[in-house]
Unconditional design. Structure first.
Length: 361
């Protein structure tokens, strides 16, 4: 594959370019995949199938340099799951329960073979040659930085505008200040399109991790059910001497980021659990307590408003959130996790709402 080089001061930065057509005739099969793609599916079979087709239309897949592992978090039975399982280079792993995103990522990664693992959300669209660009970046990054452990790529909205793809680590002050800014910028920050750079963390929607880094960290922390597991992973990686990079030369379209969607109370419970879990790991104890009090005040106010609307479902969800916060405060993490798992089982309709919609982007 060809490399385009951009000079930045005294240093050269190799950027991946699309493979030349003539290179395809020279490719030979490889025995072990160098790149493993892990897609966590939950009620997104149509989007997952479309993304899989896009990924398979690459030189890396044709010559066996890449593999795809689809980990299904106990979605309802679907005809596409059987079709995908029959495709060459594709493995479908089915979990017996929805144990969360981090658990599914760990199970898929542990079944994979590549030196690098790429995490992709089902609701992304990739360009032709995307997987070849990712593989080329994976192969060149150790020369750029021998301790490069994680690389995040540029996310775009459906209309082509920039989507925040990286961020600084959440602190108590940043978290509370985030209430005053748009949801699209609370967790992530926009990065300059032209610059490859080291960053604190990158989003897990398109997340390339070196296997050595992954194994040293013993995978993602499964105490996170959904959200903030990517931030925590990057923070632990940096603490162990690995670097995290943002590479805008490789792009994907991310159709349905959380900040563009309505967050119903049951999903809010899961995001609040993730934030509290992160705070308990990385913040001072008094800051975590203050966050807990704030979330309780929020839940109580929302519970009162839901009762005024005769919205029994929301009242129940906020009651569960209050109990969850109390469980975490008292050190009953297992009880809090059980609440999250019960609530997650009722999210099938929410998860399936955008299935098949990426084709319209």
């Amino acid at each position: 594959m060809a490399l385009a080089v951009i000079e930045r001061g005294a240093r050269s930065w190799p950027l991946a370019s699309a493979p030349k057509p003539s290179a395809r005739r020279r490719c030979v099969a490889v025995e072990t995949p160098q790149l493993s793609v892990v897609i966590v599916n939950y009620c997104q079979w149509n989007n997952t199938a479309r993304l899989t087709a896009q990924l398979r239309d690459s030189e890396a897949m044709r010559r066996g340099a890449a593999e795809i592992l689809i980990v299904d978090n106990h979605s309802p039975s679907h005809r596409l799951s059987r079709r995908l399982a029959k495709l060459s280079g594709v493995t479908v792993v089915k979990n017996r329960t929805n144990a969360g995103f981090a658990y599914a990522v760990n199970r898929g990664t542990n079944r994979s073979h590549g030196e690098w693992v790429l995490l992709l959300n089902p609701d992304v669209t990739v360009e032709p040659g995307f997987l070849d660009q990712v593989l080329e970046n994976a192969q060149c990054f150790p020369a750029v930085d021998p301790k490069a452990g994680i690389v995040g790529f540029q996310l775009r909205n459906t209309d082509g505008t920039k989507q925040a793809s990286a961020g600084v680590f959440p602190t108590m002050l940043r978290t509370f200040a985030g209430l005053l800014i748009p949801r699209s910028r609370r967790k992530c920050q926009h990065r300059a399109l032209e610059a490859r750079q080291a960053v604190p963390w990158v989003t897990g929607g398109c997340f390339l991790v070196r296997r050595d880094c992954y194994e040293e960290l013993q995978g993602m922390d499964e105490s996170f059910f959904l959200y903030y597991e990517d931030v925590d992973f990057c923070q632990r990686a940096r603490q162990r001497g690995w670097s995290v990079w943002y590479e805008p030369a490789v792009r994907v379209i991310h159709h349905f980021p959380l900040h563009t969607r309505c967050v119903p109370p049951r999903l809010r419970l899961i995001t609040r659990h993730a934030l509290l879990t992160y705070a308990k790991k990385h913040w001072a104890e008094w800051q975590t307590k203050l966050l807990s009090v704030t979330i309780c005040l929020e839940a109580t106010a929302q519970q009162w408003l839901a009762a005024r609307r005769n919205d029994a479902e929301s009242v129940t969800a906020y009651t569960q959130l209050l109990q969850l916060v109390d469980d975490l405060r008292r050190g009953r993490a297992g009880c809090a996790a059980a609440t999250v798992h019960r609530v997650a089982q009722s999210l099938e309709r929410i998860a399936a709402a955008n299935d098949g919609q990426t084709a319209k982007g």
